[in-house]
Write a protein that binds this ligand. Structure first.
Ligand SMILES: *[C@@H]1O[C@H](CO)[C@@H](O)[C@H](O)[C@H]1NC(C)=O
Ligand SMILES: *[C@@H]1O[C@H](CO)[C@@H](O)[C@H](O)[C@H]1NC(C)=O
Ligand SMILES: *[C@@H]1O[C@H](CO)[C@@H](O)[C@H](O)[C@H]1NC(C)=O
Ligand SMILES: *[C@@H]1O[C@H](CO)[C@@H](O)[C@H](O)[C@H]1NC(C)=O
Ligand SMILES: *[C@@H]1O[C@H](CO)[C@@H](O)[C@H](O)[C@H]1NC(C)=O
Ligand SMILES: *[C@@H]1O[C@H](CO)[C@@H](O)[C@H](O)[C@H]1NC(C)=O
Length: 467
């Protein structure tokens, strides 16, 4: 038997989409955070074992992102190690209190749990001073525990989006809950050491379709031109201050959720259509003339890759579709929802619009390199982003068993991106949406006002589907 020498770490260059995320995360967009509020004190060694198992089954989580800034465009590679290395950062109550005190700003409407989530969204371990040294490596995955007031704990997993799209975040949540229930036993497996990180999305594009396939599928050539930087934005509150990500949450009760979902079913659209429409109507309510707005819809490409990937393939495998919509005022929720969803579905299906010239990566990188192309250097590429598919979570029972009372998952957008990124979940048949926005470009008051308007629009719209 020939002994093949195991190289540690294994090296893989980033793909085009991963590359654009590396650039975006450097500026503050794409820091994914999964935060769990627990009423049971987490057993650190148990948690560490669960993290090790998680990393062993998904090698991208035991990778570091290596950047070599001596190359002009900043070259990025993944270094994947055989052994898991994530160390849990522990914050005692006094450390947590300091963080809460710094972030509170006399705002008692925001829970401590949410303040910790916001704090983590703004911890950018991937923001290196490009002049510091010619090359450095940073972990793709960071875990922390915060002791919280009132005998609760927040467990946080923070990841670079190139390693973790929303599908991966949901899988991590589900796998962690199972691992936390399991017995404490660390099993050594040689097989784990041989597991490799997955391919970049571009390398899984069907040869026959050529590069044009997956990329162009959803590309509406017109909307991807730089004209999209001229689409209407929300009013900017402060364009000068250093940006950071903040969060507002929208929750609907069981009955209102059911009516909205019935409305979607009746109109043969996905929930993202209703959310986009409600968002556009709320944003436009203060305007008295027609405006054109951009909506980005993120769609999971796993099933259309060659070979197709499953949710167990961790990484970033979404592509983005930008559609623009003219809003005049006085629209009906469901008519507009059909229009916005239809535009997206059409872009996704319409192979005639194939083009290899421009895509969202291009648009994102263009804005990063030339902020002044965007209105007030806001780096906003659209008013709102939504996911094509809602996360359905009926796992409340398992969550309660391990002591998880609540959780929130989302990613930062204060570098480049939309004004509002919506992360929606139907949790135990109730709609639970997290809205991430860049502050102080937008203020919490502005966002609360917008989200409350959306809530009223959705509840009122749902009334047509009562009973
Ligand atoms: C960084 O890139 C330069 C130019 O390609 C190369 O000479 C150098 O070896 C690289 N450094 C590392 C640490 O990869
Ligand atoms: C990054 O570096 C690797 C290895 O040095 C090289 O093969 C690759 O072409 C470089 N990529 C870019 C975008 O410069
Ligand atoms: C909390 O942790 C900090 C830093 O590790 C330490 O200096 C401090 O003494 C700790 N406080 C308490 C109350 O344990
Ligand atoms: C890095 O160096 C360049 C040129 O020497 C300089 O213009 C830039 O401000 C520096 N950036 C930082 C973050 O120090
Ligand atoms: C939901 O609807 C049911 C049946 O129509 C009603 O009994 C219940 O009170 C409603 N709950 C809420 C929170 O409105
Ligand atoms: C819109 O409202 C502004 C003030 O709120 C007013 O100055 C302007 O004339 C209005 N425009 C139209 C088209 O009604």
């Amino acid at each position: 038997m020939s002994s093949t020498k195991m190289v540690d770490p294994k090296v893989r260059n980033v793909g085009a989409t991963e590359y654009s995320w590396c650039k975006a995360v450097h500026g503050g967009t794409g820091i994914a955070v999964l935060a769990l509020l627990s009423s049971k004190k987490p057993d650190i060694s148990h948690f560490q074992i669960a993290l090790n198992k998680l990393q062993n089954s998904h090698p991208i989580l035991k990778s570091k992102l290596h950047s070599n800034t001596t190359t002009s465009n900043g070259n990025f590679t993944f270094l994947t190690f055989q052994n898991p290395f994530v160390k849990i950062q522990q914050h005692n109550l006094s450390l947590t209190s300091n963080i809460l005190g710094r972030n509170k700003n006399n705002d008692d409407t925001v829970s401590s749990f949410q303040l910790i989530l916001e704090h983590e969204l703004n911890q950018n371990s991937w923001h290196n001073d490009l002049n510091r040294s010619s090359s450095h490596s940073d972990d793709m995955f960071v875990a922390s525990i915060y002791a919280m007031p009132e005998e609760t704990w927040t467990v946080v997993m923070r990841l670079h989006v190139a390693a973790c799209d929303r599908t991966t975040a949901i899988s991590i949540l589900r796998e962690m809950l199972v691992l936390m229930k399991e017995e404490e036993r660390e099993s050594e497996s040689e097989e784990w050491k041989k597991r490799e990180i997955g391919f970049a999305m571009e390398d899984l594009v069907d040869g026959g379709k050529g590069k044009k396939g997956i990329w162009a599928r959803g590309i509406d050539v017109l909307s991807y031109s730089l004209n999209s930087f001229r689409l209407t934005n929300l009013k900017f509150c402060d364009t000068k201050g250093t940006r950071f990500s903040q969060v507002v949450r929208l929750q609907l009760n069981h009955n209102d959720t059911k009516r909205v979902l019935d409305g979607c079913k009746h109109n043969r659209i996905k929930l993202c259509g209703a959310l986009s429409a409600a968002g556009l109507m709320a944003a436009h309510s203060s305007k008295n003339s027609s405006r054109k707005y951009g909506i980005i819809t993120l769609t999971d490409c796993r099933s259309s890759l060659e070979p197709p990937l499953s949710i167990n393939n961790f990484g970033f495998y979404h592509s983005a579709i930008l559609n623009s919509h003219l809003i005049k005022g006085g629209e009906d929720l469901w008519e507009l929802a059909k229009k916005t969803y239809g535009a997206f579905a059409n872009s996704k299906n319409n192979n005639k619009h194939f083009s290899d010239m421009a895509d969202m990566n291009f648009l994102m990188c263009k804005a990063i390199d030339n902020p002044t192309l965007t209105s007030s250097s806001s780096l906003r590429t659209s008013i709102m982003s939504v996911f094509e598919d809602t996360v359905i979570d009926d796992g409340g029972k398992v969550q309660r068993e391990v002591g998880v009372d609540d959780y929130m998952g989302c990613a930062s957008i204060h570098g480049v991106g939309p004004s509002i990124a919506i992360f929606d979940t139907i949790r135990e048949a109730k709609l639970d949406c997290i809205f991430v926005y860049p502050a102080p470009l937008h203020s919490r008051e502005q966002m609360l006002d917008l989200v409350n308007k959306m809530k009223v629009i959705l509840i009122e719209g749902g009334k047509a589907y009562e009973g």
